[in-house]
Design a protein around this ligand. Structure first.
Ligand code: SF4
Ligand code: SF4
Length: 90
């Protein structure tokens, strides 16, 4: 069995504690599409933003502010490289 492990960013407590947000830095190419599409960002707030962590091309990765993120999953859906996962808590 082959197991692949990814480096990443884990942000707990998103969506009022209902979800955990993950970013796989080995997949993020820093295109910024998720930042543009985040509905909270589009309301003028800084929810999803550039991170101090870097992605696959050494460009900044992204991470959300858990106090603003509503765990809508838009960033996960729009990422062309499947770098984001928004996991609802059981
Ligand atoms: S889950 Fe929704 S609110 Fe949270 S960072 Fe992604 S697009 Fe923004
Ligand atoms: S997470 Fe996806 S959409 Fe967002 S910057 Fe990285 S590659 Fe682009």
């Amino acid at each position: 069995m082959v197991e692949t492990t990814y480096k990443g960013i884990k942000v707990e407590g998103c969506g009022k504690g209902r979800a955990t947000w993950y970013l796989y830095t080995d997949l993020c190419k820093g295109c910024g599409l998720c930042i543009v599409k985040c509905p909270i960002n589009n309301k003028g707030e800084k929810c999803l933003n550039w991170s101090n962590e870097v992605g696959i091309y050494m460009t900044p990765a992204v991470q959300p502010d858990p106090n603003l993120c509503i765990a809508c999953g838009t960033c996960e859906m729009v990422c062309p490289d499947s770098a984001i996962r928004v996991e609802k808590n059981q």
